[in-house]
Ligand binder design. Structure first.
Ligand code: UDP
Ligand code: MG
Length: 319
């Protein structure tokens, strides 16, 4: 009989771990699905790990992975995928914002032969104007890069073993999971779900971390910003052609003295354009530098399966 692994990245989720495990166990048992819960403690500063250990004592289907520090959600998802042993693997948040009933629906789609089942948000929930606009911009770029509409994409998905192995075999350190799952292709379908309210604890995303997240992922996935530089250069060139013609006319009609302001403005504009372009290029070089170091994606310091220590048998840094 086939087995479902559910990967749950958890960062400071002490209030949610026990409840999430219980709800998932109930829902999956009722649906008659044999399962395994892979909880990845992403260097939490609260008692998340103790909660995972406690949950493991109650349920042998729980696999707990403990990071040596916080490596970020993307790495936690990756570690979960690497440890999961099921024939089909789902990834969902540990705060029950992704409805467990949808998991069952996804499983049935997998049984019908779909290999990647993407969770798509029905609506994006409550968000400020600025947040909405910048998220729109970010997903616009990502959609162009992946040629898939990412506007309502989420990290809630289910993948066949084949797709999981494809993702795990990719060598890059900086990986945008949401887009990678569609990049690998396979027989894909979509399931709509309503994002639930978080019951306890708080969202881990500050505005700044979202901006950083957007930049990292755009750079990890597409070289489109480098083309901005080229387009910007072309626009500057056209403007300067116009200005050259203009100043030549001024020269030949004998009005050449004025124009200091124009000169200054042009100088400043071009200067800032060059600096921004260098910034974008520099950012890519920085990422290339990081990738060439081939540091591990994460470091695991403890692993439990149910109530047993499973550290020895496992891969500890996802290389
Ligand atoms: N998370 C993580 N590492 C981090 C930040 C978040 O593993 O550095 C996990 C978190 O525990 C949760 C999921 O990622 O299971 C989504 O985080 P959160 O609920 O804070 O994000 P939101 O739902 O507000 O987008
Ligand atoms: Mg959440």
């Amino acid at each position: 009989m086939s087995r479902l692994s559910v990967v749950l990245p958890a960062y400071n989720e002490e209030l949610m771990v026990a409840k999430t495990c219980r709800v998932l166990r109930e829902v999956l048992t009722e649906a008659g699905i044999s399962y395994e819960l892979v909880l990845v403690n992403d260097g939490s500063r609260d008692n998340t790990w103790e909660e995972i250990v406690k949950a493991g004592k109650k349920d042998p289907n729980i696999l707990g992975v403990h990071f040596s520090r916080n490596f970020g959600k993307e790495s936690a998802v990756f570690a979960g995928l690497a440890q999961a042993t099921g024939d089909v693997v789902a990834v969902m948040d540990c705060d029950l914002q992704h409805p467990p009933e949808t998991l069952v629906e996804m499983y049935h789609l997998w049984e019908q032969g779909y290999e990647v089942i993407e969770g798509v948000k029905k609506s994006r929930g409550k968000e400020g104007f600025l947040h909405k606009k910048s998220a729109g911009f970010f997903y616009g770029i990502m959609s162009k890069a992946t040629k898939v509409d990412m506007q309502n994409a989420s990290d809630f998905k289910m993948m066949d073993r084949k797709a999981v192995d494809s993702i795990l075999s990719m060598p890059e350190r900086n990986m945008f999971f949401r887009a990678t799952s569609s990049w690998v292709g396979y027989h894909t379908t979509y399931v709509k779900f309503e994002v639930q309210e978080r019951e306890a604890g708080e969202s881990k995303w500050s505005t700044w971390s979202l901006v950083k997240y957007a930049f990292t992922n755009i750079v990890a996935f597409t070289t489109l910003p480098l083309q901005f530089v080229t387009v910007g250069g072309a626009i500057c060139f056209l403007c300067s052609l116009v200005l050259i013609v203009y100043s030549l006319i001024q020269y030949f009609t004998g009005h050449a003295v004025a124009g200091y302001t124009t000169l200054l403005i042009v100088l400043l504009l071009i200067g800032s354009a060059i600096m921004m372009s260098l910034g974008i290029i520099g950012y890519y070089i920085a990422k290339i530098y990081e990738e060439t170091k081939r540091r591990p994606r994460y470091i695991v310091s403890k692993i439990i399966r149910g109530s047993e220590d499973a550290y020895d048998k496992a891969n500890h840094d996802g290389r």
